[in-house]
Design a protein around this ligand. Sequence first.
Ligand SMILES: Nc1ncnc2c1ncn2[C@@H]1O[C@H](COP(=O)(O)OP(=O)(O)OP(=O)(O)O)[C@@H](O)[C@H]1O
Length: 309
Amino acid sequence: MMSNNIILAAQSLNKTYGSFTALHPTTLSIAKGEILGLVGKNGAGKTTLLKLITGQCLPTGGELTLFSETTPEGLRQARQRMGAIVETPCFYRDMTARQNLEYYRIQRGIPGKERVEAALHEVGLRDTGSKKFRDFSLGMKQRLGLALALMNHPDFLVLDEPINGLDPLGIVEIRELLLTLNREKQITMLISGHVLAEMQSLATTYAFIDGGRMIKTMTARQLEESYGHYLRLVVDRETGAAALLERHFPDIRYSIQPDKSVHIYNLQGQADEVTRVLVGNHIRLYSLENRGTNLEDYFVSLVGGSKDV
Ligand SMILES: Nc1ncnc2c1ncn2[C@@H]1O[C@H](COP(=O)(O)OP(=O)(O)OP(=O)(O)O)[C@@H](O)[C@H]1O
């Protein structure tokens, strides 16, 4: 009997097109509340896996369990609890955000006109008024797709490359929005992407796929540790500095090296704050540097070849 905590379980799930294997037998599970980042280069098989999950294509073999359901009828019902954007939804260029969502609400038989308003509110598009879809920025288009996926109050969101093509600000906005949905509405997520760094601070678990094969899964913490990025500090009193930092950053993970330098594994984005705390407390800071491999280089070391195709 599968735990209720498991939203999705794939067991040797695979897909071939004639003699071509788009997805080799894949085993994967997603627990409630998780944000799984499915990372792979173009053509790696991400969309194929997502389509098998959403029911947009049928597996050649293996088993899929969604919300503890495995039969075709059970899966159909389980998918009612999902929201997905796999392949960009076809919105009407000459209609507004509201008109587009209302169209799909009726098409999909989702009861309650207020769902449109609520979904627009959730993605921050309530004030787009009479602006037509054709005049939307890419970020707004992604948000509208997300609003569509949210209209049926899903417990599980499946999003194919929601961050692809966005500018840095757009990336931050979508990431914040997805994190809010995950935290406030406890929506479990499966998100694909081909740039590992864009998934950072979003995914709680990573699954790396290449050439149709799932090559590795790891938690965000394991990723952080294994790609070996850290802040290296050299100070006059290393143990005093460490104790001080522990008080200011309760989640800090560090080690003191034989050469007395301090390596901090999880505060890369807070180097200024670390400096301020040390200097403000009369610790002499001789040097502070960001060290280690770049995240995308680590990705290439996992999957091989160029960073992108
Ligand atoms: N209907 C199909 N018939 C034959 N081959 C297909 C079909 N759909 C996908 N493929 C092939 O399966 C492989 C995996 O494709 P998939 O779309 O899953 O990759 P992806 O990782 O999502 O890449 P992208 O980011 O480009 O969408 C590709 O080589 C693709 O050409």
